[in-house]
Design a protein around this ligand. Structure first.
Ligand code: AMP
Ligand code: MG
Length: 403
């Protein structure tokens, strides 16, 4: 099989996947969910002309000449409006958030007023509308406030709660089952025996899944045997996506593909023209009566995580009904780059946008075993397949890392 270009592989994944069902979620649990229908305000905000300060509601004409003496005829607190109407020469004591009474058109702040019984002396003039938040100045009934497809943030939840919605319709969270494979892996924090390493991928991948809006379900470490793999694959029953890491190439111990095929998966592709990440496969099977997408990621932690950002995040996005592009920009190379081979290279690097033209430097050593360089990187420099050597200053495409 010829190596599949990254863009084609991604398209094939996205073409197969479709959006999950809609459900209703309480606002307390809406953060991180994907909105299905637009949020349309049911209210004006503020719902009435409201005082922005503690002071006195007056008619601006009455304080055009100062000092001005006025008679206080009542009080308007937040949630306790004043029922009457101000006549000439009258004022109402008012507090922040109180409704501006009929007949008043300005608020004088209490610092500019001296009071004696029901008489006040106003020491400052006030323009019409002073210290008043007019009804609907923030947003109005019927206004479209949040677009569908949005991964809801704290700010979105705040405005949804402000505009008359107690629940929102969101896409069901895709459940993403994660299986690590390898006889050498031990759980993080365990002492290492001879030849063992810390099995880190599942933890990084679970974090990617959660960041993307999915629900991660770690199914443990499968040994490099068909029976152990089968056990883990069976435990993925009912998940929307099954992600494996490791065992994806064609070594004697790379049994993930055969195990998945035995479990009913039909593979769409299994080699892509990408560095890091050649042994990556994608397919689907029916599990518990519904489609389960199967993504086999490479075992090297750096490859696994970069491929997860490039392929798994968009897959989760498609299931949720949202777009997940990495922010892309052009930058000048700070150091020259050697010629690239036949695979598109996603190089870890550092982007500096404090210069007139953004400047990017790819790390010298791009070995996919170097986890620290991924952790330190803030971007990926994308070099197309078969690009000749490039001098410093050449313009390249850069993707900002967001995981
Ligand atoms: P494999 O694709 O299984 O041949 O794995 C490639 C490399 O990645 C090997 O050095 C593995 O030890 C390593 N590796 C595989 N899975 C993990 C994992 N979950 N955590 C950390 N390293 C891994
Ligand atoms: Mg392995």
């Amino acid at each position: 099989m010829a190596l599949l270009p990254v863009a084609d592989a991604l398209k094939r994944i996205l073409d197969r996947a479709s959006v999950l069902e809609t459900e209703s979620v309480d606002l307390l649990h809406a953060r991180g969910r994907t909105l299905v229908s637009p949020v349309i305000s049911k209210l004006d905000n503020p719902p009435f002309d409201a005082s922005a300060m503690d002071g006195y509601a007056v008619h601006a004409h009455d304080v055009a000449e100062i000092p001005a003496e006025l008679t206080v005829i009542g009080e308007a607190g937040a949630g306790r409006p004043f029922a009457g109407t101000l006549a000439k020469g009258q004022a109402v004591r008012i507090f922040t958030g109180g409704a501006v009474p009929n007949g008043a058109d300005a608020i004088v702040i209490q610092e500019n007023v001296s009071a004696s019984g029901t008489t006040i002396t106003v020491q400052e003039t006030a323009k019409r509308g002073a210290n008043i938040r007019p009804k609907g100045q923030d947003f109005t009934n019927g206004e479209r406030l949040i677009e569908p497809g949005r991964l809801l943030t704290a700010r979105d939840v705040l405005i949804a709660a402000s505009c008359g919605h107690g629940t929102l319709s969101v896409t069901r969270k895709p459940v993403v089952a994660i299986v690590s494979t390898g006889d050498e892996l031990v759980p993080p924090g365990s002492a290492l025996g001879p030849g063992q390493i810390s099995g880190s991928n599942a933890y990084g991948l679970a974090a990617v899944v959660e960041t993307a809006g999915g629900e991660a379900r770690f199914l443990g470490i499968a040994q490099d045997s068909l029976s152990s793999l089968e056990k883990c694959i069976n435990a993925a029953e009912g998940a929307d996506v099954l992600v494996t890491s490791g065992g994806a190439s064609v070594g004697d111990h790379d049994l993930v593909r055969p195990a998945l095929e035995k479990a009913g998966a039909e593979l769409d592709f299994y080699k892509i023209a990408m560095r890091p990440g050649k042994p990556l496969f994608f397919g689907s099977r029916v599990s518990n009566g519904k489609v389960q997408y199967c993504l086999g990621l490479p075992g090297n932690p750096v490859s696994a995580l970069i491929c997860a950002r490039v392929f798994l995040v968009p897959l989760i996005g498609r299931l949720l009904g949202r777009e997940t592009p990495l922010e892309s920009l052009e930058a000048a190379l700070g150091e020259p780059l050697p010629a690239n081979g036949p695979r598109e290279h996603y190089m870890r690097g550092l982007l500096d946008t404090n210069t007139a033209t953004p400047l990017v430097t790819a790390f010298k050593n791009q070995d996919s075993g170097l986890i620290k360089s991924l952790q330190r990187a803030n971007c990926l420099v994308v070099i197309p397949a078969n690009t000749p050597a490039q001098a410093a200053g050449s313009i390249v495409k850069v993707l900002r890392l967001d995981i």
